[in-house]
Design a protein around this ligand. Structure first.
Ligand SMILES: Cc1cc2nc3c(=O)[nH]c(=O)nc-3n(C[C@H](O)[C@H](O)[C@H](O)COP(=O)(O)O)c2cc1C
Ligand code: SF4
Length: 429
């Protein structure tokens, strides 16, 4: 089926990094509309009514989050989370590199709505091209009067600071991001207080994902009712699904929320490689529990995926076929989380490292059944016991493969060949 592209319209057809091309397809009209005829409260109200759910992972409604800022006269800040380090997720990067003015316009509208004194883009350090593109786009916008003092002759002034990240996954966690942006180590902070109350420099702060903010210009230009007409009742709008793994056409695909998983894999992404069978799918990044072939008909929206036992998360959809060893995937992620733990909390620092050690032992055929029991028991020790969710994230995928692919772990333990037919040569720790 063909769907209307919204956030990705024009990408691959026109050079949207040039402001004239962005304007030619309607760019900056929403900003104009808001500054000429809407109060900040009206912009906020429209986004709230649209039920725009955060695209950074949790699906929390942006309009509700904006409403948490206390009205106490302190300066307010807006931070765009452009750290995108989630394995299998690459939709923010595309928006930044190929549609930077959409992000700038979204930030300006959000800053107007929440009455932010200043906006920041916390950009993943490795996004060198994104940095060049964004800084050039900001200068183009300034030259046209969309940025700076008294934007388009209104009373609204705004600056956007692009801050390059420190190269750590944990800097994508919103309070780790704020610590890093302030110049400290990227260490998450205990919540509460939430950033809305005490965020950047202790001031009320909104943190939103790139894709979340990119939706705002369309909601303002076309209205909340238009937005609510796309997707599902509780998950309106489109989502850019980053599809990777064993499919013929991996890539970013913008589709209405609620599209069936089967349609995404079989039609949009071209299906599996010839002769392969589907084994499992992670619908939302590294921490999302696996979905199985029996789940192919579930709609990909926040609530349906949760009901099926996983999470939509970042919509980084990773497809595993029958050549994939699930023990190895678990080890791969365990190494990742162990490396990325910031080390503040003992269950996370020690737990992620021990998880990786046990999985490596099992993968090599040196594990025991007791090791499996220890891995299964991690949930109580590592979930809900730490400052941020990285610790919880590190075990959710593992628990799901221990449940659904127990026979693969047993085969490794019993010294039989890996069921996916892999030789046992694992990178050393
Ligand atoms: C370990 C960890 C890593 C995260 N990484 C990112 C990230 O790279 N980008 C992002 O937008 N959100 C990330 N988040 C979620 C953010 O903390 C925050 O919820 C999000 O930026 C809010 O934006 P949204 O409401 O627009 O989705 C991460 C969360 C955790 C726990
Ligand atoms: S859970 Fe892990 S990553 Fe998060 S603050 Fe604690 S040690 Fe750091």
């Amino acid at each position: 089926m063909k769907y209307e592209k919204v956030l990705t319209k024009g990408i691959g057809e026109v050079d949207l990094t040039r402001i004239e091309n962005y304007e030619a397809q309607g760019g900056y009209q929403a900003l104009r509309k808001a500054l000429k005829g809407m109060t900040p409260q009206e912009v906020h109200g429209e986004v709230k009514r649209a039920n725009l759910r955060g695209r950074g992972g949790a699906g929390f409604p942006a309009g509700v989050k904006w409403g948490f800022l206390p009205d106490d006269g302190r300066p307010r800040y807006l931070c765009c989370n452009a750290d995108e380090s989630e394995p299998g997720t690459f939709n923010n990067r595309m928006l930044i590199e190929y549609n930077p003015h959409l992000l700038i316009e979204g930030i300006l509208l959000a800053a107007y709505a929440v009455r932010a004194s200043r906006s920041f883009i916390y950009l993943r350090g490795e996004f060198r091209k994104g940095f060049r593109v964004l800084t050039a786009a900001i200068e183009q916008a300034r030259a046209k009067g969309y940025l700076g003092d008294k934007i388009l002759g209104s009373d609204f002034s705004q600056e956007i600071v692009v801050h390059r990240g420190a190269g750590a996954y944990i800097c994508g966690e919103e309070t780790g991001l704020l610590s890093s942006l302030e110049g400290g180590r990227g260490e998450p902070r205990i919540k509460p207080p939430f950033p809305a109350v005490a965020g950047l420099y202790g001031m009320p702060t909104v943190v939103n994902n790139v894709e979340t903010l990119c939706n705002v210009p369309f909601i303002i230009e076309r209205g909340a009712d238009w937005f609510l007409s796309i997707g599902t009742e509780k998950s309106p709008g489109t989502k850019i699904f980053s599809v990777s793994g064993m499919v013929r056409r991996p890539g970013n695909y913008e589709l209405p929320l609620g599209i069936p998983l089967r349609e995404l894999i079989e039609d949009v992404a071209g299906g599996l490689l010839p002769g392969r069978r589907l084994k499992a799918v992670q619908p939302g990044g590294a921490s999302s529990p696996v979905l199985l072939p029996e789940h192919l008909d579930i709609p990909l929206d926040f609530d349906s995926v949760q009901q099926a036992g996983s999470i939509l998360g970042t919509a980084g959809v990773m497809v595993f076929d029958d050549t994939v060893c699930m023990v190895r995937t678990a080890l791969y992620y365990a190494d990742f989380f162990s490396h990325e733990s910031c080390g503040q909390c003992t269950p996370c620092r020690e737990g992620t490292a021990w998880t990786a050690r046990l999985l490596r032992k099992i993968e090599r055929g040196e594990g025991t059944r007791d090791d499996i029991e220890v891995l299964k028991s991690l949930r109580s020790a590592m979930s809900g016991t730490t400052i941020c969710l990285l610790s919880d994230f590190s075990i959710t995928y593992l628990q799901s493969v221990l449940k659904h692919f127990a026979h693969e772990f047993e085969a490794h333990i019993e010294g039989r060949a890996c069921l996916a037919g892999h030789a046992r040569e694992v990178r050393s720790a």
